[in-house]
Design a protein around this ligand. Structure first.
Ligand code: NAD
Ligand code: DAU
Length: 332
């Protein structure tokens, strides 16, 4: 396949491109990425010289550019997004632009150019907080923060293009990913790198919110499977199958970094903080997918990666991130 991956310089995107080049020697990939604060060419330094890989810096909201790079591809995989909930609470504009209008731009290109498939990567957050049980693909969407509302907007628009114009879209909605190359604003890399620096770990509220952790390589395999075997117009949930309260996750990170629990700093809760996410992954299971990486060893691998790649994360934590951290946590 000849693929256009958008947002490939981010966390999941870079892992996904590496997965594609490893698993499909005949595939080629163009990576279209705006390089926001979260996009980092260093995430793909190891494949930069591969003749099957090309990078284009640009915005998925730029209709002309999108058409130029999308012409002739077999599929687009959309991983470009503003992705951090806390940022959507203070600077929502970019979320609406990229996560809704950017999806619209891709849909128009797919429609006009007759591209055979658009895989749009979404999130379990669109279902909103789930008190009991697990969300299936048929459940109503109840997003409760500007990030998840924007993602839900992109999802609904994509499905409407399938319904009205027959545009061949397929969606994935995964649970929380963790693994190498995740920007250190997200809880796992933030807490690992803070712990390594003996800096407090700011745990929101009572620390009992539940997330379902999915190792990023399991998500990459699932996206790849849906890309090749999923049905047009369908949504596929991808859950890690490892639900855990934040306090337990935090203690595990401290254990793996060899640091004391006294580093835990309870702070004011995130406004509108969803209590629990949980998705039912039966449907993608029927395509033959199941998570392969056990949580405990995947978290250990992740901690080791951050320990061994200080040159990757330390510069990230000093620039734009420092200003964000001061604003976000300074008075908390
Ligand atoms: P990320 O923030 O690490 O990366 C996003 C990438 O998109 C960056 O490289 C950024 O430069 C690029 N980008 C942003 N706006 C762009 C634009 N307008 N045009 C082109 N490129 C742009 O995000 P991630 O964690 O890798 O998430 C990727 C996708 O997966 C997102 O759609 C997110 O909603 C979804 N998702 C993430 C998780 C998770 O736990 N990280 C879970 C479920 C779903
Ligand atoms: O569920 C999928 C979603 O997972 C993705 O769609 C998002 O792109 C991704 O960012 C992630 O969203 P969360 O809000 O769940 O991830 P985050 O890492 O920000 O927070 C995870 C949990 O940890 C959440 O309950 C809030 C808590 N937390 C987070 C941070 C950053 C803290 O307690 N302290 C923190 O400093």
């Amino acid at each position: 396949m000849k693929l256009l991956v958008t947002g490939g310089a981010g966390f999941i995107g870079s892992n996904f491109i590496r997965h594609l080049l490893r698993e499909h020697p005949d595939d080629s990939v163009v990576n279209l990425d705006k390089l926001t604060y979260a996009g980092n060419p260093a995430n793909l330094a190891d494949v930069a010289g591969d003749p099957r890989y090309a990078f284009v810096q640009g915005d998925i909201c730029d209709a002309k550019l999108v058409r130029d790079v999308a012409r002739g591809v077999d599929a687009i995989v959309n991983l470009a997004a503003e992705s951090h909930v806390d940022r959507s609470l203070v600077e929502p504009d970019g979320f609406l632009r990229t996560d809704v209008f950017g999806v619209f731009t891709l849909l128009e290109a797919v429609r006009d150019l007759g591209i055979p498939r658009l895989l749009h990567v979404s999130t379990d957050e669109v279902y909103g907080s789930v008190a009991r049980g697990s969300s299936t693909e048929r459940d109503p969407l109840r997003p409760s923060n500007p990030y998840s509302a924007s993602k839900a907007g992109g999802d609904l628009l994509a499905l409407s293009y399938w319904h009205t114009h027959g545009v061949p879209v397929v969606l994935t909605r995964s649970s929380n990913n963790f693994g190498p190359h995740q920007y250190p604003e997200k809880v796992v890399p933030l807490f690992i790198t803070n712990a390594l620096d003996d800096t407090p770990l700011p745990l929101y509220g009572d620390g009992r919110n539940v997330r379902d952790w999915l190792y990023v390589l399991d998500n990459c395999a699932a996206i790849d499977l849906v890309l090749r075997r999923g049905r047009d117009g369908e949504v596929y949930n991808i859950g890690g199958g490892h639900e855990v309260e934040n306090i337990a996750l935090t203690r595990e990170i401290l254990r793996l970094t060899g640091k004391p629990d006294t580093l835990i700093r309870p702070v004011t809760d995130r406004p509108g903080h969803d209590r629990r996410y949980s998705v039912d992954s039966t449907k993608i299971g029927q395509l033959g997918w199941a998570p392969r990486y056990p949580f405990a060893s995947a978290l250990e691998t992740t901690v080791r990666w951050y320990r061994e790649h200080e040159t990757w994360w330390r510069p990230l934590k000093s620039g734009e991130f420092r200003a964000w951290y001061e604003r976000q946590y300074g008075n908390r």
